[in-house]
Structure formats: C-alpha cells, structure tokens
Design a binder for this molecule. Structure first.
Ligand code: CU
Length: 97
C-alpha cells in the first residue's frame, strides 16, 4: 500500500482502491510493502481486538518500509490503521488458508 494525500486527508491506497481490505494467509509470513510519497510520516499498525499485534515503525516522507506479521491464526479478527491518522487511514484484514 502507499500513503495518499488528498488535500490534507491521508488514506492508504493500492490497486484495489482506498483503505483496501488486506488478505493474509494462515501459517506463513505476511508482508505488507509500504510507500510514503506524502509530506507526513505514517506508521502502519495491525490490531486484534483493539490490541496492537504488529507495526511497521515510522515511515518518513519519501521513504518506504514494510510490516511483517507471522502469527496469523484462524478466528482472529484483524484491523489496520495509521498511528498518526487513525480515523482516515484504516481498514480490515481477512485471513484465508
Ligand atoms: Cu498516516
């Protein structure tokens, strides 16, 4: 995904659209590639039941990064957001085998 700045409103975007549903696979490392072409720093955080379970760390303007999440279990509900823009940069994650 990449960070997108539309008149000061930040969102995550990829080929599927804005704040897309991410698809994680069971029992393997799931890697989310991140790019930040905006003027603000971002940090992708994954939560389960409101608790943080993975983070990309800060991604500064003009930089890229990634988040790796290996502990995907069936029955978990996962969501993602940006630490700094949690109301506009957020989405859900599905898990499949
Ligand atoms: Cu952000």
């Amino acid at each position: 995904m990449k960070a997108n700045d539309k008149k000061g409103v930040y969102t995550w975007v990829n080929k599927e659209g804005t704040n897309p549903v991410l698809n994680f696979k069971l029992n393997m490392d799931n890697v989310v590639q991140l790019n930040n072409p905006t003027d603000s720093k971002h940090q992708l955080v994954i939560t389960s039941g409101g608790k943080e379970v993975a983070s990309s760390g800060d991604i500064e303007p003009g930089k890229s990064g990634e988040l790796t999440f290996a502990e995907v279990n069936q029955g978990k509900t996962l969501e993602y957001h940006c630490l700094y823009h949690p109301t506009t940069m957020k989405g859900t994650i599905t898990i499949s085998s």
